[in-house]
Design a protein around this ligand. Structure first.
Ligand code: NAD
Length: 371
């Protein structure tokens, strides 16, 4: 049973650079859904990043953070730009996003790699390897070697230096990200690959132990294991073998960028970051395109809005269980591409280049046709 608008509190944070331009196209889809009574949302808008700094001297105010914490989902554009590069570290636009991730305890980062038929030739791999690709990488986002202690660079008695970082994972940290992965697999093809380096790292052995235990609660999902180096190789050799990959922060960072390139363009890649589920099953969640604020094209109205529109579709699917509505949006994107509409980032040399608004127009037209 679909929720009413009052139960779907969404905080929209367009951010800087192309953020407001691409988010503008998402808002047109939201308005269309509302007008056609497909789905409604209780939307609030806020500032984040450089625009928040300009308005209030901080990249994320406490009031905006509180709004995010009490929302069902945050829809985020992008932050950053040359104007704010010389600010002290703690006032940099990106600190706004990092604070949101930390305070909302978003520990599972979802990066889908989907190849749309019309863009199969944009991939670095041969068409037959990637056509129809649809995989999801779930990266643990708040633990592991990026946060583990001891860390630092120390000087040894002989005057030479030693750099140290530590991979640390508790059972609880492993379990919660694996459960998020198993839940996702249930909404997809029911296959989950746990990726680690259990052949050389004890923490990897613990990941496997926990995965086997948790898998007992998901008998409908097939669990397999793979070493991270092999996974990198398999992603470029035969990526269609994967459904959901769950892995640590470090391996996920690398493997998700590798998978992203299978799809060809940064302007097409959505992502989600999920937190823990509360007693009612509600998870904190933030949805955002993978790309940044693209200062080189900001203000020109030529950015590709599809990654942001696809992030909205992920929100429909994973925060609000609106699978049909998510399909509607994803199909409209598919049809837009099939109709040959291309912004500069995905245009071939002979293609006419659409503006952000023109691409949004066609997505809306396709939604009209299908709704
Ligand atoms: P970027 O992703 O902003 O841009 C890289 C290249 O891709 C640029 O040439 C840009 O024009 C192009 N591009 C990106 N998104 C596009 C789109 N939707 N349509 C068309 N072309 C697109 O990365 P960058 O140049 O390394 O960083 C620029 C700024 O963004 C920096 O301040 C950086 O810190 C910030 N950044 C923010 C985020 C975020 O908000 N999550 C992520 C990455 C970078």
């Amino acid at each position: 049973m679909a929720q009413s608008a009052s139960n779907r509190k969404v905080l929209v944070l367009p951010g800087d650079g192309i953020g407001p331009e691409i988010m503008g196209e998402v808002m047109r889809v939201v308005e269309f859904f509302d007008k056609r009574r497909i789905a409604s949302f209780d939307i609030k808008q806020g500032l984040v990043g450089g625009s928040a700094y300009d308005a209030s001297g901080t990249p994320l105010t406490d009031a905006t953070l509180a709004e995010a914490m009490s929302s069902d989902a945050v829809l985020f554009g992008s932050v950053g730009g040359p104007k704010w590069e010389t600010l002290p570290f703690e006032l940099q636009p990106e600190r706004g996003l990092l604070r949101l991730r930390k305070e909302m305890d978003l520990f599972a980062n979802l990066r889908p790699a989907v190849v749309f038929e019309a863009l199969a030739d944009a991939s670095a791999l041969k068409r037959d390897l990637v056509a129809g690709l649809d995989l999801m990488i779930v990266r643990e986002l708040t633990g592991g070697i990026y946060f583990g202690d001891p860390r630092g660079v120390e000087t040894l008695p002989d005057g030479t230096k030693r750099g140290i970082n530590t991979e640390v994972y508790t059972e609880a940290e492993i379990e919660r990200v694996l459960r998020a992965g198993f839940e996702l697999a249930r909404k997809r093809q029911h296959r989950l690959t746990e990726v680690d380096k259990a052949n050389v790292m004890e923490s990897g052995l613990l990941w496997r132990e926990v995965a086997r235990r948790v898998a007992a609660d998901y008998p409908d999902v097939e669990l397999s294991f793979m070493y991270a180096d092999n996974c990198a190789m398999q992603l470029v050799r035969a990526p269609k073998q994967f459904d959901v990959i769950v892995t640590s922060n470090l391996f996920g960072d690398i493997l998700s960028d590798c998978a992203a390139m299978l799809t060809g363009s940064l302007g097409m890649l959505p992502s989600a970051s999920l937190g823990a589920a509360d007693a009612s099953g509600r998870r904190r969640a933030l949805y955002e395109p993978v790309h940044g604020s693209a200062p080189d094209i900001a203000g020109k109205g030529v950015a590709n809005p599809l990654a942001c529109i696809l992030s909205f579709a992920m929100m429909l699917r994973y925060s609000f269980d609106l699978a049909e509505e998510a399909d509607l949006v994803e199909n409209a994107v598919r049809q837009t591409l099939a109709a040959g509409i291309r912004t500069g980032d995905i245009a071939g040399t002979s293609d006419t280049r659409a503006t952000t608004k023109q691409m949004g127009d066609v997505v809306l037209k396709e939604l009209e046709k299908a709704a």
